[in-house]
Design a protein around this ligand. Structure first.
Ligand SMILES: NC(=O)C1=CN([C@@H]2O[C@H](COP(=O)(O)OP(=O)(O)OC[C@H]3O[C@@H](n4cnc5c(N)ncnc54)[C@H](OP(=O)(O)O)[C@@H]3O)[C@@H](O)[C@H]2O)[C@H](O)CC1
Ligand SMILES: [K+]
Length: 567
């Protein structure tokens, strides 16, 4: 069963605890929902099914405590390879110089639970009980007095009091943070609104200042559960134990960064109920590619196929100062599996790149004028015998650029991938609202800056709600959108959203976007639909980037061309 999404570097990593998983693949069915959907699910479970809130809270508390114990054990011991014989031996960390006879002992752990007034706080108190029973020392720190607590939180506080679990009220009782080894953040959950206020804000600030490992109940207090945007202040966690279903905001930065490792655990919400909820989106895994998108991640080929079976990509790209962009996109299309690729390029450029990729056909266009309205008509003629058009990488800006792109947009009766300079031309020419809706599949692949220009907002606004903006844009304009950046979002025109989990920070390098354009076009040529090609394309692009980075001494030295070689 897949139950863990690990945040390593810039990647959202799905971890397979069955032990059968292949590390280079992402497996499992991972869907995410909004905080409103989660609240509805909680309410339905409680009111319609009759499973009491206290049961869900009990399950949540037990799950949080189990993760704290796992975390403590992972911290206390590490595995060393003894004598090169491949045997793993547990060794106690140096912080226990006098020796603790049982390396699994938790008696030196003292965790502080920050308790908010809502049901998130109730989860934290329930977790405290299980931790005490596991042998840890626990102190509860309440943000509010009992009068302000929710019914469930009040009930949990009463139980904890009867069990003699030490507690303090923030602001009234003294507290020395130095005595603690870790903190559970149970201040705010899905009921959180806006910047944390009052005691809650002070407790978040102080918790961060301690430098202690923080484990969050459900979401980090201060993260917007729907967008991943940060309020101020916001908990910076080591682990977030997400309850029931993954929350959308934990899939996107900066929320994902604040959350640390994200673990999703069941709290007893019946699967039958959960299945009725339309997910806000999916994390791209092999299973999601297969089940939701109908893509075969193994990329199997017909035994009687020939180059014509796998389609012909036409790339319109490049200029005298950016000749590599067209080469990268075209070569990536070939490596992505299309049968043939032709690069339409300015005539003056052709002699300089001839033979650079022997498998590639060159089609010089535009005569001495280079790109322009006349070149567009030549590209359209070439497209008559090709299956897909990718336009944009390295085009530069030029006279008649609007007329050039509009001719392709309106005249290309084939799937179209629009990237890079073509996106800026599109934005400068009034954006999609001013252009006819195309009948054939259309994929736009903007990075956040290009997206900002297309949507007429600032880059910061794009990044504040990548999921929401991508979905709204794709729905409104009837196109498939690939909003690039760490955790690339693929939004289909039917409102479905997919978040990519593959990739490495090393891929932040010139030309990586051109490679992605080629890969997506290559998938389209093989008959995939726009959303299939976009989702599978970003997934493959990231996997290839990870493999390429692993072959180098540092991910920082990754080149876009290396990604192509690992497809
Ligand atoms: N719903 C259930 O029965 C279950 C929920 N689970 C857990 O509970 C939370 C959601 O619980 P909820 O009580 O809805 O919300 P919170 O715990 O997040 O608390 C919200 C209260 O906090 C106040 N608030 C809201 N925003 C802020 C802020 N920015 N600063 C300070 N305080 C804030 C607000 O009160 P106000 O009076 O100030 O409006 C809210 O009342 C969920 O995440 C789970 O952890 C269980 O797991 C299962 C059952
Ligand atoms: K929390």
């Amino acid at each position: 069963m897949i139950d863990k999404v690990r945040n390593m570097g810039n990647g959202l990593h799905v971890e397979d605890r069955s032990g059968k998983g292949n590390r280079s693949r992402r497996r499992g069915v991972l869907q995410f929902i909004s905080s409103a959907q989660m609240r509805t699910l909680d309410e339905q479970t409680i009111q319609e099914i009759g499973l009491p809130a206290a049961v869900l809270i009990e399950n949540a508390g037990r799950a949080i405590a189990a993760e704290v114990v796992r975390f403590c054990l992972d911290q206390k011991v590490h595995k060393v390879n003894r004598g090169g014989q491949g045997r793993l031996q547990r060794r106690i960390w140096d912080e226990y110089p006098n020796g603790v006879s049982n390396p699994n002992s938790l008696e030196l752990e003292h965790w502080l639970v920050l308790v908010g007034k809502g049901n998130n706080g109730a989860d934290g108190i329930a977790a405290a009980r299980y931790l005490v029973d596991s042998g840890l020392c626990v102190t509860l720190l309440y943000a509010t007095s009992e009068q302000e607590m929710s019914i469930e939180t009040l009930a949990q506080a009463a139980i904890a009091q009867k069990l003699g679990i030490p507690s303090k009220l923030y602001g009234r009782d003294d507290l020395a943070y130095g005595q603690f080894t870790g903190i559970i953040d149970a201040l705010l959950g899905t009921g959180s609104r806006g910047n944390p206020r009052g005691n809650v804000a002070e407790m978040i600030d102080q918790a961060n200042l301690t430098g202690l490992p923080i484990m969050c109940a459900d979401i980090p207090s201060g993260v917007d559960a729907d967008t991943g945007a940060l309020y101020h202040p916001c908990i910076q966690a080591r682990v977030t134990l997400c309850l029931g279903v993954l929350k959308a905001g934990l899939t996107q930065y900066p929320g994902a960064h604040a959350a640390g490792t994200v673990v999703v655990r069941s709290i007893g919400i019946p699967a039958k109920l959960a299945a009725n909820v339309k997910p806000a989106g999916f994390v791209l895994t092999d299973e999601i590619l297969e089940r939701e998108l109908g893509v075969d991640p193994a990329r199997l080929r017909d035994s009687d196929g020939h180059k014509g079976t796998y389609g012909h990509v036409l790339v319109a790209a490049g200029s005298s100062t950016m000749s590599g962009a067209g080469l990268l996109a075209s070569k990536a299309a070939l490596r992505a599996g299309c049968g043939l690729a032709t690069w339409a390029l300015p005539e003056a450029l052709a002699p300089h790149v001839a033979g650079a990729v022997p498998e590639l056909m060159l089609a010089p266009v535009g005569g001495s004028m280079g790109w322009g309205a006349a070149a567009a008509h030549e590209v359209l003629r070439l497209l008559e015998t090709r299956d897909v058009l990718a336009v944009g990488p390295g085009l530069g800006r030029f006279e008649e650029e609007g007329a050039f792109l509009r001719a392709l947009w309106e005249g290309a009766p084939r799937p179209l991938v629009v990237d890079a300079d073509a996106l800026n031309i599109l934005a400068a020419a009034g954006g999609l609202a001013a252009w006819k809706r195309r009948e054939s599949a259309t994929i736009l692949t903007p990075h956040p800056g290009e997206m900002a220009r297309l949507a007429g907002v600032s880059t910061a606004e794009v990044q504040r709600d990548r999921l929401g903006l991508a979905r709204a844009f794709a729905l409104e304009h009837g196109i498939t959108l690939v909003l690039k950046g760490s955790r690339t979002v693929v939004a289909a025109p039917d409102g479905r959203i997919f978040v990519n989990t593959t990739g490495t920070p090393g891929m932040a390098t010139g030309g990586a976007g051109d490679v992605l354009t080629g890969i997506i076009a290559g998938q389209l040529a093989q008959g995939l639909s726009a959303e299939q090609a976009a989702a599978f394309g970003v997934h493959l692009h990231g996997l290839a980037g990870e493999r390429a980075a692993a072959l180098r001494n540092s991910p920082a030295s990754l080149l876009a061309g290396d990604i192509i070689e690992q497809l």
